[in-house]
Design a protein around this ligand. Structure first.
Ligand SMILES: [Zn+2]
Length: 295
């Protein structure tokens, strides 16, 4: 068999295998190793009357069902797209019913599958100016990660301003810009019913600044001020129930459906913890700079 035909056949067979064993871990991408939980499929978890967690254990992907169609926030790693579509089907949502694709921040572990999901659903990709440029170049030339965490590029066709509301049917999702982890980081708030109670819910973006230069950063000079502005917004948010793009940060365990949320965290406590970590990082950088200046 010619080589090209053989590799095509292998591809078809492996695609068949994947769909037949949906509970197997998703494959790692070459060159960027991630924690296994980011690739471990779960059974969808209902969070409130109209909201479900789809996809994998270690990355939040929220489905909102409304009478006018469905909305997704985040889609996880690039290889998660078929899993998300499978979970939508399980929950009775046809791809064409997904009207809007929203996101937290434009890193591969949260928007890696957005291009494939957009193609499959025809949904409008909603972003903001800072994130949209990064998504359009597929994560290349990331401020802090360079070209090391790239993903299939996707074009956002609706760009939001801070505190704008995205509406579908009776669902109102408000965006809060919470920059720092990325310049375009977005958090979301909405209201739903949960166990018979009206609940103000928040998906607050990642607040880590992993190894970032905070002191006199040439690539992101106002990072500390912007981060603090985001923390002030988080403390202001209506927030009875906190979710985060990496669920364990806010005490969620999506792979344990019997008890998916053993250790809830408040929005204020999340902001306080992030502020303490940022100050520690800043102090360490100040101390290092002072040590360098010493003769
Ligand atoms: Zn990230």
């Amino acid at each position: 068999m010619p080589n090209r035909l053989r590799s095509l056949l292998a591809l078809v067979l492996s695609a068949g295998c994947l769909s037949a064993q949906a509970a197997e871990p998703l494959p790692q991408l070459q060159g960027w190793q991630v924690p296994p939980a980011w690739l471990t499929p779960i059974t969808p978890v209902q969070i409130s009357d109209h909201v479900w967690q789809l996809g994998v254990a270690g990355i939040t992907t929220l489905l909102f069902k409304t009478e006018a169609g469905a909305v997704l926030i985040d889609g996880g790693m690039p290889q998660a797209a078929p899993l998300i579509l499978d979970h939508l089907k399980q929950l009775g949502v046809a791809p064409s019913e997904v009207k809007l694709l929203l996101h937290s921040h434009a890193h591969a572990d949260h928007v890696g599958s957005t291009a494939a999901l957009q193609r499959a659903t025809g949904a409008v990709v909603v972003s903001n100016a800072e994130s949209a440029v990064l998504m359009a170049r597929g994560g290349y030339n990331d401020l802090h990660y360079g070209d090391s965490i790239v993903f299939p590029p996707v074009t956002a066709t609706r760009l939001l301003q801070d505190r704008e509301v995205v509406q579908l049917g009776s669902l109102r999702l408000q965006v809060w810009f919470t920059p720092g982890h990325t310049p375009g980081s977005m958090s979301w708030t909405w209201t739903d019913t949960r166990a018979g109670k009206t609940t103000r819910m928040a998906l607050v973006d990642s607040l880590t600044l992993p190894g970032y230069r905070l002191l006199q950063s040439a690539i992101y000079p106002r990072i500390v001020e912007e981060f603090q502005r985001g923390l002030a917004a988080i403390r202001e948010m209506p927030c009875d129930l906190l979710l985060t793009p990496h669920p364990d940060i806010s005490g969620w365990q999506f792979d344990k459906p019997a008890s998916p949320h053993p250790e809830p965290l408040s929005c204020a406590a999340y902001a306080d913890r992030a502020e303490a970590n940022m100050r520690k990082q800043l102090e360490a950088q100040r101390a290092a700079a002072a040590a360098e200046r010493r003769p």
